[in-house]
Structure formats: C-alpha cells, structure tokens
Design a protein around this ligand. Structure first.
Ligand SMILES: O=P(O)(O)OC[C@H]1O[C@H](OP(=O)(O)OP(=O)(O)O)[C@H](O)[C@@H]1O
Ligand SMILES: NC(=O)CC[C@H](N)C(=O)O
Ligand SMILES: [Mg+2]
Length: 507
C-alpha cells in the first residue's frame, strides 16, 4: 500500500506534490519520489527514506513544471533497500512515460517473460511496478495511431493493460507533453480519488490514493476513480474518463479500513473513521454476548490506528477510556517497517506506559489488528510490567491467517501469528489473559453500514478468498520463497537518484 499522487495545475506543482506526499506518508516509509513535466521535458528526484529526508531545497528547485506525480513506497516486490526500485519509474519510449503504482501484480513473473520475449523490452529491477509501466508502454505504442497520440488510443491501451495484468493496481502516469493518466484495476482493490480546484487560469486536477490529500491541498473531492476506469487529464486541463474494463466486481481492500488508510479519508464512499467506530461497536456487542461476566476496569487503545474502535468499545461497554500508552511521534508505523528485528525494537521505542492507568487494574487493550503479533506481544508484557492485574486484548479485525498478494507486505503465512493457531493458542502466544477477535461478518457489516452499495470486499488475509481468482497454493508458495529472499538485508541503505530527462514534445 504505497501512496500515489498526480496533479495537473496552472502553476508549479513541486511544493504541492511534496506536501501531498507528506500527507500520504503513512502509506509508505521506505522511499519517496517526485517527477514533474515541463514542455515535454521530465524532471525527477527519488530515493530511499521518508519524504522529509529525500528532498532537499536543491532537489525541489529542479522539479519544474505544472504537471507531476509522486510516490511513497512500502515494498511488496523487490526489496526495501534497493534505491533503483524507488518510484516513479521511467521509460523513454513511446513518447516518454513516468509511472507511480500502488498495489501488487500477481502475474508479474509471467508478464516479465512475455515483455522480454514478445514485446522486446528489458526490465531492470525486481519491481512489479516496472513491469506494469512496460506493459502500458507496449500497449500505448500499439494503440497509438502512427506517431499521433490521442485520448482514444490511451484508453485502448489501458483496456489492454487490464487484459494482461492481474492483481491490484492503482496508478498515475505522466505522458510527456500530453498529460496525466490515472487508472484503477477492475476490482478497485487499492483506492484512488480525484479532486478539482477552480482557479482564474482554469481548473486544476488532483488524483491521490486518499481523499485526505485533497482536503489538505485545498482540492474539492469529486469522486473515487471507478474500478477499471481510466482518467486522462491533458496538460491544458481538459478532463476525460472512460470505463476500460469489460467486467468489474468492485472489491475494495478491507485492510484499508482496518489499518492502512488515515481515519480522515473517505474511500469508495466509506469514511474510514466511521467504519472503525462501527468496528468498535460490533466488537463490544460480541464481547458482552460471549463473555457477559468478564470484569474489566478500563479500556486502553494501542495508538494510533485503534483509537476510534477502542473509544467506541469503551462507550458501548460503559467503561472508562484511558490513554495508557504514550507514543513517540517521531517513530513511524511499525507494521510497514522492513525486517522483524527493527519492528520489534521500534514497538518498545515507540510506546511507553503510564503506570497509573495499569496498576492493580483489569485492562482491556484494543488494537485494530494483530498481524505478526509484534505489537501485542510487547504491549501485553508492558501492561503487566506496569502493574496490570489482568490483561485482555481485543482486535477490531478477525485473525489474519492468510498471505496478502495485493499490496500489503505479508506474503508468508509463517510470519502471521494466527496462521495455524487457534484463538486460545494465539492468546497464550501473546501472553494475554483473554483474547477477543472481531468476526469477519461483523467486520463486513461495520463497513457496509456506512455504504451499503458495496457488496464485496477484498478480505483474503482473513478468509483466504482471493478476489482475482488466479491465486493457487503453488503461486503462494512461490511468493513466499521469492519474498523471503528479497527481504534479506532489508535494513536500509543510502542512494538517491536524480534524473533530468529530455523528452520529445512532438505529440
Ligand atoms: O501484529 P503486528 O504485526 O504488530 O501488526 C499490527 C500492529 O501494527 C499496526 O500498528 P503500527 O504501529 O504500524 O501503526 P499505527 O501507529 O497506525 O497503529 C497496527 O495498528 C497494529 O498495532
Ligand atoms: N505497497 C505497494 O503498493 C507497493 C508497490 C510495488 N509493488 C512496490 O513494491 O514498489
Ligand atoms: Mg498500531
């Protein structure tokens, strides 16, 4: 779940893209990049690290132009420490293209072979996003009418991308001298919204992973990009869109609502915050139903993402809500950090207890999800060290028992604390006195309560049902091996990349 952003404006966009990436930082902490376009010429700076570390004033000055795209990366293919896999990716032919991608292709190995053998294109990294760009490049070349590119050709090319690519992809693409293209896979697994800003010089358009970017940058939210849809904005501000997939079954990723997205975002008509509050409501009702005698003195959230659910649980159960853990705001999200040892260390560095809230009490700790158990193991023992009499743990999401192949880096079942374990065994493993999970149906109901028009969600990590229909055990086994090897040495490395590209503007 990387963060992507694209803009067509009437004035320079470098600062706007930087600010937008800062707002999307929670979606990827490993690398960042911005590319801009000015009169058919591309400018790009990208590298490993947080947005604030990757861009210096001199880099920003070089990013000229009124059109651009940006990316923050959380790798699901390749490795976190390879600077060559930072995005956007560039190909010079046809026309000059730059792409930023959120998601994960599930047939990238197959496509890579095909691209080499039939399309005569070379892929130089292990990133599936480079594959996506090359498929698009090939299809654009084939669809372009002679040397002239028009909107119809672009939409036909995206239709062929949908035909060839499997998995999850929300992408923004700069086409040199032509404009900004944005598209979402036929299931709409990863989010993408479009907004507009009226200026005296004409309309400006912004496409981003989450609506919070529109809010903060002063754009008015127009709508979500529909599953399978492509949006094309010419450099002069002309806006066009077309449905490019023959059949779509909308299935937004459930984990966006549980954890990934910011609570102040609205994805596919569902307020992330409201859905999390509902999760708390359903979980409180389940707890009362299944454990009517359980005595709890206080509800304590595990910051940050669990707060809305924890607060609602406390209200519903008629219990006090207390902030028992203080978070160091300068340490990023643990779950999306590369490498288990760094994740474990960061939980202790990030969270500290206020003993007063634990001493002699029966505490109910609430988290949004338990994935590898890194956070809960540490937190439960910290609560005991702080003097808690009983430590119960509730998870606003059901047990995560299956690998994710659509843009969340949990490719190996073995790393998931709930894989192959009963709830009692997980509870023992975590060291809690009781463990309470949300039911999958209640999770779905929590999200549907906000927007009943969406009937399907991508819930594979909870139920093992993969919406794209192409995921076999053999495939999952292959991914486990591949990712296991790629992650070795994911401990960070410096290496920034500047590109100052001259491209043709003769389209
Ligand atoms: O079981 P685990 O593998 O530890 O993963 C789950 C935990 O990771 C996330 O927190 P994170 O610290 O990433 O971010 P947050 O501050 O948004 O809660 C999530 O909110 C859980 O607390
Ligand atoms: N989490 C994502 O969206 C990752 C995008 C892409 N698969 C990469 O690894 O860079
Ligand atoms: Mg958390």
């Amino acid at each position: 779940m990387c963060g992507i952003i694209g803009v067509v404006a009437t004035s320079p966009v470098n600062q706007l893209l930087y600010d937008g990436l800062l707002v999307l930082q929670h979606r990827g902490q490993d690398a960042a990049g911005i590319a801009t376009s000015d009169e058919g010429r591309f400018f790009m700076h990208k590298g490993p690290g947080l947005v604030r570390d990757v861009f210096r004033t001199r880099n920003m000055r070089n990013l000229v132009g009124n059109v651009g795209i940006g990316h923050v990366r959380y790798p699901t293919a390749g490795s976190a420490c390879n600077p060559a896999e930072a995005q956007p990716f560039y190909v010079n032919s046809p026309f000059g293209l730059l792409l930023a991608h959120n998601g994960n292709l599930t047939n990238s190995d197959e496509l890579k072979r095909e691209i080499f053998l039939s399309d005569l294109r070379h892929i130089n990294t292990n990133s599936d996003s480079e594959v996506l760009l090359n498929v698009l490049a090939h299809e654009l070349q084939a669809a372009a009418n002679g040397f002239k590119l028009d909107a119809d050709a672009v939409f036909r090319a995206v239709a062929n991308v949908h035909r060839r690519c499997r998995g999850a992809y929300a992408a923004v693409v700069l086409i040199a001298g032509f404009g900004l293209l944005a598209f979402r896979d036929p299931h709409g697994i990863r989010p993408l919204v479009v907004g507009r800003n009226e200026t005296e010089q004409g309309p400006e358009w912004l496409v981003a992973s989450e609506s919070v970017a529109l809010d903060v940058l002063g754009y008015e939210m127009l709508r979500d990009v529909a599953p399978g849809e492509a949006i094309l904005i010419r450099t002069d501000g002309e806006f066009m869109s077309r449905q490019c997939a023959p059949a779509t079954v909308q299935a937004p990723c459930m984990f966006e609502y549980v954890y990934l997205a910011r609570p102040d975002s609205i994805i596919d008509g569902i307020s992330v915050y409201e859905s999390r509050v509902k999760m708390g409501e359903y979980l409180a009702d389940k707890l009362r139903r299944t454990h009517p005698q359980l005595e709890i003195d206080v509800v304590i959230p595990i910051p940050d993402s669990s707060r809305p659910a924890a607060m609602e649980m406390a209200t519903r159960l008629g219990l006090p809500y207390r902030e028992g853990f203080v978070k160091n705001r300068y340490i990023g999200r643990t779950f999306i950090m590369p490498g288990q040892s760094v994740r474990r260390k960061s939980v202790r560095q990030k969270l500290n207890t206020i003993p007063l809230e634990f001493k002699g009490k029966r505490v109910l700790l609430v988290d949004d999800s338990i994935v590898r158990g890194t956070t809960s193991r540490e937190i439960v023992s910290m609560a005991r060290e702080a003097g808690a009499k009983k430590v119960y743990l509730a998870s606003a999401a059901p047990p995560v028992r299956h690998a994710n192949v659509y843009g969340i880096d949990m490719p190996t079942k073995g790393e998931l604390i709930a894989a192959g374990r009963s709830e009692e065994e997980i509870c023992r493993e975590i060291g809690a006195d009781g463990l309470f999970y949300q039911d999958i149906d209640d999770l779905k109901a929590s999200v549907r309560a906000i927007n009943p028009t969406i009937s399907h969600f991508e819930t594979s990590c909870f139920d093992g049902c993969y919406v794209t229909g192409d995921i076999t055990d053999e495939y999952l086994y292959g991914v486990e091996n591949q990712r296991g090897q790629a992650r070795v040495g994911d401990d960070g490395e410096d290496g920034q990349l500047d590109l100052n590209l001259v491209t043709s503007s003769e389209q």
